[in-house]
Design a protein around this ligand. Structure first.
Ligand code: EPZ
Length: 416
C-alpha cells in the first residue's frame, strides 16, 4: 500500500495549474448519452473518478478514449442499462448516470449507492424527480430499478438544492416530451457547465446557476465539443496549502469567481490574495489569524468540499475558528486525524471548534476520504518533521497526482 511521505516546513513558492473540474466532467460524461454521436471533452482531469465513469460508459456499450486532457466518448450504440455493484462501488456518485440511462433506454438499474465516508448518501430527491417525470421506480434487493415509457415534462421542486438531483433531473428531462421546470435547483458552477454542454448538444436548457432551471425535451442531438471548467476545489486546496505554509504561489488556469468565498476566508486570515480572469496569486504571512464562524452552504456560500482544507489552515492560526458543517452528516473524520499532529479540535455535532496551536508535529495519518485526505496533506506540509498519509487512493479520486503538483511549488513530498 503506497503512502504520501511529507517532510514539513517548506514554504510553497511558484506556479501550479488547476486541472478540469471533477464535479463538472462526471455529469458531462453522463450527458454524452443525450447525444447519439461522438462528443469531445477537453480539459478532462486524469483522475480515478473519471476512469470509473469510463468503465460505466463502456459497460453500457459506449466507447471512451483519452488523448491527454482530451476525451472522446462515442454514444451511438448504448446496449446496456445496468450499472452493477462492482462499478457503483468504485464511485458513489455514479448515480448521476441514472437519469440519462433511463431517458436513453427506457430502463435503468443501479446498485443502491448506499453511504460513503461522508455519511448516508440518500438519493430520494433523484428518485422523486424521476417519478414526477413519469418513471416507475422500485427498490429491490439492493438495486434501484427505473422504467418508463415516454417521460413527460413536469414542474419539479427539490426539497434541497441538491447538486446531483438537479443534474439527474436535467438529464432525464432532455428525453421528456414537453417542458420541465426545476425549482430550488442547485446553483453550483458545475450545474452551469453541464447546461453549456447540453446546449452544445442542441438541447434548449436555461436558468442553470439560478434556482430555476428549464429544459425543453426531445430536441435533435448529436455530439458536442466542450472544455470543462477549472476545478474550483482543487484551486481552493492549493490556495490553502500556500496559506498553511506562509507560501507565495500563483494558481493558473483557474476561475477565481468560482471560489470567491474561500479566497475571502483566506484574506480574512491575513493572506494577500489578488486575482485576474484565470489566475490567483496568494501570499501568506507567518502568523495567520482565526476567522468568524465558517458555515458550509450551497453555492455561492462556503463550499463543504473546502471545509477540511480550510480547517488545516486554521490549526496554527491565532485564536479559535468554529466550523459548522451544514451539508453532510459526518464530514469531520479528518479532524480526528488532525489531532494526531497535536491540533486542538473539539467536535460537537455539526460544529468543530479549532483553537490554533504554536506548532504541529508530523505524524502517520490515514486519509478518510477525498477532501479530508487533501487536508491532511496540507497539515503535513505545515507540520514539523515527517508525515505519512496512508490510503492516498482517496485523494487520487479528485486530484491529478497531487504530489507532483505540490512538488512543483516546493513541497517535499513523495509517494512511496
Ligand atoms: C455533489 O455531491 C458533489 N459531488 C460533492 O463533492 C459535493 O460535496 C456536494 O455536491 C455538495 O456540493 C459531485 O458533484 C460528484 P448533494 P451530491 O446532492 O450531488 C442530501 C467531492 O468531494 N441529499 O448536493 O451527492 C445529501 O445527503 C464531493 O468532490 C438527500 O438527502 O451532493 C447531502 O447531505 C463530495 N437526498 C445534501 O443533500 C438526495 O436525494 C447535499 O447533497 C440527494 C442529496
Amino acid at each position: 500500500m503506497s503512502v504520501l511521505r511529507i517532510a514539513g516546513g517548506s514554504r510553497l513558492n511558484g506556479s501550479v495549474r488547476v486541472h478540469g473540474a471533477k464535479n463538472s466532467v462526471l455529469p458531462i460524461l453522463a450527458a454524452t448519452l443525450v447525444g447519439s454521436g461522438e462528443s469531445v471533452i477537453r480539459n478532462c482531469p486524469e483522475i480515478a473518478d473519471v476512469e470509473a465513469a469510463f468503465n460505466i460508459l463502456r459497460h453500457i456499450g459506449c466507447t471512451a478514449r483519452r488523448d491527454g486532457g482530451e476525451v472522446v466518448v462515442g454514444a451511438a450504440d448504448v446496449t446496456g442499462c445496468e450499472i452493477p455493484h462492482s462499478l457503483m462501488r468504485e464511485m458513489r456518485s455514479s448515480v448521476i448516470f441514472l437519469g440519462a440511462i433511463l431517458g436513453r433506454c427506457g430502463k435503468a438499474v443501479i446498485s443502491s449507492p448506499g453511504g460513503c465516508e461522508l455519511g448516508p448518501r440518500p438519493v430520494d430527491m433523484h428518485l422523486a424527480a424521476l417519478r414526477e417525470l413519469g418513471a416507475d421506480v422500485s427498490e429491490e434487493s439492493g438495486n434501484i430499478i427505473c422504467r418508463c415509457g415516454r417521460l413527460r415534462g413536469a414542474k419539479i421542486t427539490l426539497r434541497l438544492p441538491s447538486v446531483g438531483a438537479t443534474e439527474n433531473t436535467m438529464l432525464a428531462a432532455c428525453f421528456a416530451d414537453g417542458t420541465t421546470v426545476i425549482s430550488n435547483a442547485a446553483r453550483e458552477p458545475e450545474n452551469s457547465d453541464l447546461q453549456s454542454f447540453l446546449r452544445e448538444l442542441g438541447v434548449s436548457v436555461y436558468g442553470a446557476g439560478t434556482s430555476t432551471v428549464t429544459v425543453e425535451g426531445n430536441r435533435v442531438k448529436t455530439g458536442a465539443e466542450h472544455r470543462v471548467i477549472p476545478d474550483r476545489i482543487a484551486a481552493a486546496t492549493y490556495a490553502c496549502a500556500a496559506a498553511a505554509t506562509a507560501g507565495d504561489i500563483e494558481i493558473t488556469d483557474a476561475e477565481p469567481r468560482h471560489l470567491a468565498s474561500v479566497l475571502s476566508a483566506l484574506r480574512g486570515m491575513g493572506c494577500a490574495v489578488s486575482v485576474s480572469h484565470d489566475r490567483i496569486r496568494i501570499a501568506a504571512p507567518e502568523g495567520l489569524s482565526s476567522l468568524p464562524p465558517i458555515s458550509t452552504e450551497p453555492y455561492p456560500g462556503f463550499p463543504t468540499d473546502a471545509q477540511a482544507q480550510l480547517m488545516a489552515v486554521s490549526l496554527k492560526a491565532q485564536g479559535t475558528t468554529s466550523f459548522i458543517e451544514n451539508i453532510f452528516q459526518s464530514r469531520y473524520a479528518h479532524a480526528l486525524e488532525m489531532r494526531r499532529f497535536g491540533a486542538n479540535i473539539k467536535i460537537e455535532g455539526k460544529v468543530a471548534l479549532v483553537t490554533g496551536v504554536a506548532k504541529l508535529a508530523g505524524a502517520p495519518v490515514t486519509a478518510p476520504d477525498l477532501r479530508g485526505g487533501a487536508a491532511l496533506v496540507i497539515a503535513g506540509l505545515s507540520a514539523e518533521g515527517i508525515t505519512e498519509v496512508s490510503e492516498p487512493s482517496h485523494i487520487d479520486r479528485g486530484y491529478e497526482c497531487i504530489e507532483s503538483s505540490l512538488r512543483e511549488i516546493g513541497a517535499d513530498i513523495e509517494r512511496i
